[in-house]
Design a protein around this ligand. Sequence first.
Ligand code: SAM
Length: 245
Amino acid sequence: THFGFETVKESEKTRKVCEVFHRVADTYDLMNDTMSAGIHRVWKDVFMERLSPPPGTKLLDVAGGTGDIAFRFVNYMKNSGHPGTVTVCDINPDMLRVGQDRARKKNYTDIDWVEGNAETLPFPDNSFSAYTIAFGIRNVTRIDLALKEAWRVLKPGGRFMCLEFSHVENEALRWVYDKYSFQMIPAMGQVIAGDWKSYQYLVESIRKFPVQETFAGMIESAGFWSVQYENLTFGVVAIHSGFKL
Ligand code: SAM
């Protein structure tokens, strides 16, 4: 690969991911909208609908720096008249700052913001009834550890939900998608953010992420039951879910 991540040490990857998000934090929203033509908003809406948090849900949103999932959760609970709490955990203080600024502007006052690594979550066992991670697990160095941590902090009966870029299954569509992502996304990164490399890294990391079935198997290996996935937009992204029994 262009960055040769396979050969560098694990800690090196964690540092690199931090660096990338440090660089993109400020233009993050703009880039998301531009690159996905606004579709990431729809994916996140569907994600929250699939979670359909029941009354009293205690949600932990990991890698949730921008607040995108937390805000949807608060809206969902408000609309359904249910109580619920949400904690956002992200490894990168710059991303948390972006989220907190947005929360202030949008008047979301009841969200907890915690700096922490998905691989070593700073929460006790059995603390939450739902765990979400949206466009985050791909960047985690040791995904198996993050999944084990998700299992640990969830209460029995708790729900795990992951929204992540995945793999387009139809070959013709995949050809188009690969062309778009490999050429257009770094180019747009360069034009909009003056940063080709960070966006090239994002595309690479999507490519390297395990296919739907493999990732489902990893979630099962972490101890989750009833693991399922649903493709959105032909598999450009997928929602994986499971339960802790
Ligand atoms: N969930 C948000 C969304 O959907 O818009 C943000 C997604 S953003 C692409 C990825 C986030 O993962 C960044 O905020 C980054 O700081 C965070 N991240 C990367 N590695 C992490 C880790 N090991 N633990 C927690 N957060 C991590």
